[in-house]
Write a protein that binds this ligand. Structure first.
Ligand code: BES
Ligand code: MN
Ligand code: ZN
Length: 499
């Protein structure tokens, strides 16, 4: 994966710019901003005419391209609405529009000019961070399993951003660093989530974790194989991989950005590299999408990549519970009872409710790190898609302050979540006649009962669960979104005092 280089450049005179694509951000006005008079002259008045004739309006989401002149090969006009009232949502949409228009051109470099916004941007750093993040995301293309004829090519190599006078070069450079790190983290997540199940196995996740640790000085990895997990009593986690030829893995990544005595933030990811449902087999339609069932694990790796690039001054422990859920003569059967690492016995009434089975042992395991907070991330239930669709990640927590922080981080990054209750009354659905608890509920509220199950293994610390089944990937066009990496990165930045 080639990363897009993004830098900050002093505005200079646009009319004499040398670039494949000059991107001009414009407010919603019909008249030519004074800052663009000289550029308009070089472009023979076409810019001014596009505004007065109404070919381009500066509303958020609008874009218009003009042929260039001299050393400027082409010009892209991008609407910013009212810059003085720009929300994160508008900054994101403006940036997405810019990135889409830019990637559609054959340009190898681009210059993004903010000076026509006349220093009136409400939060220039938010806009610069979004421009960087969305350009980085749009630059990514999946190619791992495509041969030469189909391999996509991306001409664009370099982007420079010229902030307007409302933002100093050093603040702009910081916003670019943060946006680019978040984008690179999310792109790592997308690549892993997009890879097919025959390539991205539990062992593959281990090798990717090792690769990430080699790339970052403050990051180390250790892996528990099936024998070590059995020694620890992780029979719930192990029961999920029973039917598979692929050995399960518990991957532990440690990022040290603070002194060792500083309690770590723990991220725990569901890493089901393929979910057939097991003996409770899923229907055939769209079963291929269950390669995305390691989206939680992917977001742990992506978030650690971003945190390392940003050098966040906190400690983070990432734990990935990786297994493949397959039917076979050795597979777990409905009605089987297993003993979890916590000592609680679990009646597995449905082998397709496997995410909670791997996560519960990982949640017990992370107690040993005396975590400041624990957040698990999982493509856990189809029911969360019924509740929230593709827009929001489901948030569940035993701590109001942690839930509020995650909600706020989602708002700041426009990678939003929505909180659900995990009341005592819902827990009763998990009562079992043959074990301490059953792995599925008996009534409705499938996402909530799944979270209730997890919460019983997270009683020792502040914990939240993110159900990303609706947000981690899209069905059309099929592909990983990189969510909730922006949310998680924002949450950790806030905890690290680096907002
Ligand atoms: N990985 C699935 C959840 C899922 C479904 C993610 C659709 C993305 C799209 C999970 O392991 C699962 O199968 N959950 C079951 C739980 C049920 C058996 C209680 C579900 O949601 O149907
Ligand atoms: Mn399942
Ligand atoms: Zn699953």
């Amino acid at each position: 994966m080639a990363t897009l280089s993004i830098t900050v450049k002093a505005a200079g005179t646009l009319a004499s710019a040398k670039t494949d694509a000059l991107i001009v951000l414009l407010p919603d006005r019909k008249t030519l901003p004074a800052e663009l008079k000289a550029l308009d002259a070089v472009l023979s008045g076409t810019l001014g005419r596009a505004l007065t004739q109404g070919d381009f309006s500066g509303t958020v989401g609008a874009s218009h391209s003009l042929p260039g002149a001299g050393a400027i090969k082409r010009v892209l006009l991008i609407g910013c609405g009212s810059p003085d009232k720009m929300t994160v949502a508008q900054a994101k949409k403006t940036s997405e529009t810019m990135a889409r228009a830019l990637m559609a051109t054959p340009a190898t470099d681009a210059l993004i000019a903010m000076n026509a916004l006349s220093g009136k941007v409400a939060a220039p750093e938010t806009l610069i961070e979004q421009l960087t993040l969305q350009a980085t995301l749009a630059h990514y293309q999946y190619s791992h399993t495509l041969n030469k004829r189909k391999k996509p090519t991306r001409a664009l190599k370099r982007v420079a951003i010229s902030p307007d006078e409302s933002c100093s070069a050093s603040r702009a450079r910081r916003a670019v660093r943060l946006g680019s790190a978040t984008g690179q983290g999310a792109n790592l997540t997308r690549e892993l989530v997009n890879l097919p199940g025959n390539i991205c196995t539990p062992k593959y996740l281990t090798s990717e974790a090792r690769k990430l640790a080699r790339a970052h000085q403050n990051l180390s990895v250790s892996v528990l194989d099936e024998r070590k997990m059995a020694d620890l009593g992780m029979h719930s986690l192990l029961s999920v991989g029973n039917g598979s030829e692929q050995p399960s893995q518990l991957i532990v990544l440690k990022y040290s950005g603070a002194p060792a005595k500083s309690r770590p933030y723990c991220l725990v990811g569901k890493g089901i590299t393929f979910d057939t449902g097991g003996i409770s087999l899923k229907p055939g339609a769209k079963m291929d999408e269950m390669k995305f069932d390691m989206g939680g694990a992917g977001s742990v790796l992506g978030t650690l990549h971003a945190a390392s690039l940003m050098k966040l001054p906190i400690n983070i422990v990432g734990v990935i519970a990786a297994a493949e859920n397959m039917p076979s003569g050795r597979a777990t059967k409905p009605g089987d009872v297993v003993t979890s690492m916590s000592g609680r016995t679990i009646e597995i009434l449905n082998t397709d409710a496997e995410g909670r089975l791997v996560l519960c042992d990982a949640l017990t395991y992370v107690s040993r790190f005396s975590p400041a907070e624990v957040v698990d991330i999982a493509t856990l239930t189809g029911a969360i898609i019924v509740s929230l669709g593709q827009e929001a990640t489901g948030i569940f927590s035993n701590d109001d302050a942690l839930a509020d922080s995650l909600l706020a981080a989602g708002d700041r990054s426009h990678d939003r979540g929505w909180r659900f209750p995990i009341w005592e009354e819902y827990h009763r659905q998990l009562d079992s006649q043959f074990a301490d608890l059953a792995n599925i509920g008996t009534g409705g509220a499938g996402s909530i009962t799944a979270a209730c199950f997890l919460s019983q293994f997270a009683e020792d610390y502040k914990w939240a669960h993110l159900d990303i089944a609706g947000t981690a990937f899209r069905s059309a066009p099929k592909g990983a979104t990189g969510r909730p990496v922006p949310l998680l990165v924002n949450y950790l930045r806030e905890r690290a005092g680096m907002l």
